[in-house]
Write a protein that binds this ligand. Sequence first.
Ligand code: ATP
Length: 505
Amino acid sequence: MQNQEDQLKQIIAHAKEYGFIYPSSEIYDGLSATYDYGPLGVELKNLIKDYWWKSMVQMQENIVGLDAAIFMHPKTWEASGHTTAFNDPMIDNKDSKKRYRADVLIEDWAAKIEEKINKEVDKAKKRFGDDFDEEQFRSTNARVLDRQKKIDAAMDAFKTAMDADDLEAVRQLILDLDIADPVSGSRNWTDVRQFNLMFSTEMGSTAEGASKVYLRPETAQGIFVNFLNVQKTSRMKIPFGIAQIGKAFRNEIIARQFIFRMREFEQMEMQFFVRPGEELEWYEKWKENRMKWHADLGFDSDYYRFHDHVKLAHYANAAADIEFKFPFGFKELEGVHSRTDFDLKQHEEHSGKKLQYFDPELNKSYVPYVIETSIGLDRMFLAVLSASLKQEQLEDGSERVVLKLPAKLSPYQAAILPLVKKDGLPEKAREVFDELKSSFMLQYDEKDSIGKRYRRQDAIGTLLSITLDHQSLEDQTVTVRDRDSMEQSRIAISELHYHIQARLK
Ligand code: ATP
């Protein structure tokens, strides 16, 4: 069993070695929390986008797409609340000079105690066997109760301090909980300060009087300000949705954990506009729908869980995260939020324009309510990569590293491999390659032994390896090896198209 840190390291190394992800501007030693996607990375990313777009737009009669600009009128961010409220409380360690999010330090402290509780529960489970009643144990065991009480008290104190904007109380809580810098172990903390997460830049030349603009911190606002444009031009009737995939930028204070938290990232968001009063029904539907989207990829259901928000943002009347079991634990992968009519109303107020829908059935106009589903493309990439990367022990005692990507997310559907680099096999293999390349993403490889080539294709997740040997020249058949089962079958070249297609389903 690998520990969590090793598992993440292995994923990062694998992603680099095979051209999925490189650190940005690496020759200058990289730029923190920004990454570049290599040849395989861009393929996988496009496949994830495609899978999302197909299910959210193509398969939904009442959802249409949008691609709004990254720059938006600065008033947008006043209306949305980002200029004043898009802050994280941060604290610096005076010894290590490292900066942390105060809320993350406290949450990590709580997670450690929770881990202890879970260990206690596991131990009891083993001791009592089938008779074990977990709920009863959690509600009666003194040690568990004591620890849970500590967590609850700390979280309550944190919430109270944040609600009152009392940053000194947040600092005091960190001291009281005896939280140390995870890097240096030091407890020498600065004050807690608020830090706005938006990047800004100047638009226009200084002579003209340049104005400050922001790089959007979320794609959602582009959808809200275009609500009426889209509704009218696409003749949409409520309920309907607008979907968008695009870049977002956040000056994250702590940006660790690879592509989980980046300063430049991509979001796949959909805002669904509904009648006031019907939003909670739609919220439940979208929660279910989005979880199903994840489940359809075929990873173990243990990887996912819902986390319902107890503390709601001021604009929401229900919210949940779909959490994924990353190598560093369960973390938010996607958010499903019932955002009420907050955003549209704010934009009405700040722009002075009406953003209302005339409902012919009700014969009245109203500002619609909104359900949002928002998933980070890069986080989804990391989820897929970490659930797919496997180290397998083979029957002959050897090991293989295989990327068991869902079939529809495999960058290459097949590799075409001549057994040897002579006797007309490369020419025959090229013929097969040329015949299939307009239908499938293929790789042609004739370098190294066939065993090595199989390993290479396994490592990048290629679904099928198609080998041409001397018999192929005589009877027009090839050997097809499946990535997951490693089973080989003999198939006629004329059947390959059908065979690959069938495997993709
Ligand atoms: P977190 O609490 O992890 O910072 P958030 O609640 O601020 O996330 P949202 O504002 O709800 O995130 O954004 C929606 C989605 O965008 C998240 O579920 C996540 O998948 C993705 N996302 C947010 N911030 C980042 C980031 N810095 N890097 C990569 N993906 C991100």
